[in-house]
Design a protein around this ligand. Structure first.
Ligand SMILES: [Zn+2]
Length: 110
């Protein structure tokens, strides 16, 4: 996933209901920030931080300034997979509601 991608939430955040980060919702990936302590990446998907002035890193538990953005761990999101062969077809069938295919990625090492 890279900045500018459309991504879909695949798992509702523990505090997602009040912030709108719920499974199936589509976001734009606006920025990727890295924890200054451990370097793990967090996503800025345009959700404002409501109360906390600091983010807590999901990996190392360290806190760092949020800049008013609620940074969210990448594991809650997956890229939206567009099948390029079907893009034209889908765009021509605008009457029909097209279901977005979600592929859940599991981090398995084989
Ligand atoms: Zn960290």
């Amino acid at each position: 996933m890279k900045v500018g991608d459309e991504i879909v939430c695949i798992r509702t955040h523990s505090q997602g209901f009040r912030n709108g980060v719920v499974k199936g919702k589509i976001f734009s990936l606006l920025a990727i920030d890295n924890c200054p302590s451990c370097g793990s990446s967090c996503f800025d998907v345009g959700v404002k931080s409501r109360v906390e002035s600091n983010n807590r890193c999901v990996k190392c538990n360290g806190r760092y300034p949020s800049g008013g953005i609620w940074h969210i761990g990448p594991s809650l999101f997956a890229p939206i997979q567009y099948n390029s062969a079907h893009d034209e077809l889908l765009s021509s069938i605008t009457e029909e509601k097209s279901d977005v295919k979600i592929e859940e990625h599991e981090e398995t090492l084989s």
